[in-house]
Design a protein around this ligand. Structure first.
Ligand code: ZN
Length: 255
């Protein structure tokens, strides 16, 4: 048995923590301080670290955590990421036996090159770092926009019941964009209300299901006529799904 909780860090990061009453594994500990205090408070020992990609707000706490707990760090090795002790590649599996969880490793470039995601099919959960967010997606810092498009398409083909644990609380801000580019979508309107209620109660909007993403995330809905129409209105020349995605990403960058 296990539970998954968010340890908030910085302004809007979530350090996802899989734990039982003895052990915990953290995903993307950008800051060690809140993790160490959570572990002390719950009298739980850290047994591993999962890393989705090498951005500072995801790896910044690893060194300090490992000075206290000399645990394996799983992730994609990269010359600019000195923290990874166990390299993971596309198609490999990672088992966390103490929690009965097995993840399939997905290489999902497009935010940055060495980004991976951890997907379990039973239970259906996904740790996707900065590739997919609630109603949005990560920025394209490295590699092609097409790579980001293809990574998101892979997530879109996962079962709709999949619970998605992304690394930032960006849903409300992403929905402001979704409302402009997909203005008549009732699911977007509904999600705006529910998201506002949750945020007002200081609750996280993550995790969310892939089902709600397919219904409301413009970056997964690029072939919808309403979105193509909005792109045209904004002066973007998008003829197919992939060019519509690139146009949406460009529009969002300056939104
Ligand atoms: Zn990032």
């Amino acid at each position: 048995m296990y539970d998954i909780v968010a340890i908030p860090a910085f302004e809007d990061n979530y350090i996802w923590t899989i734990h039982n009453d003895k052990h915990a594994v953290v995903v993307d500990p950008g800051d060690a301080t809140p993790v160490l205090s959570w572990l002390a408070q719950h009298d739980v020992k850290l047994t591993g670290i999962l890393c989705t990609h090498r951005h500072d707000d995801h790896v910044g706490g690893i060194e300090e955590l490992r000075a206290v707990y000399n645990v394996p760090v799983y992730g994609r090795q990269h010359m600019k990421n000195p923290h990874i002790t166990h390299d993971l590649k596309e198609g490999e599996k990672l088992s966390l036996e103490e929690f009965g969880l097995t993840f399939d490793i997905m290489e999902v470039p497009g935010h940055i090159d060495d980004h991976i995601a951890y997907h379990s099919s039973a239970p259906a959960i996904l740790f996707c770092g900065d590739v997919l967010f609630g109603a949005g997606c990560g920025r394209n810092f490295e590699g092609s926009v097409k790579a980001l498009f293809l990574s998101l398409q892979r997530f879109a083909s996962l079962p709709p019941s999949t619970l998605v644990y992304c690394a930032h609380e960006y849903t409300a801000s992403n929905l402001r964009f979704a409302k402009v580019c997909d203005p008549d979508n009732p699911d977007v309107a509904d999600r705006v209300i529910k998201t506002a209620e949750k945020r007002a109660a200081n609750q996280s909007t993550v995790p969310f299901t892939m089902e709600i993403e397919l219904a409301t995330n413009p970056f997964l809905r690029c072939k919808e006529p309403a979105i193509l129409h909005s792109l045209k209105r904004m002066g973007y020349d998008a003829t197919d799904e992939e060019s519509a995605f690139a146009a949406l990403r460009a529009w969002r960058d300056k939104f």
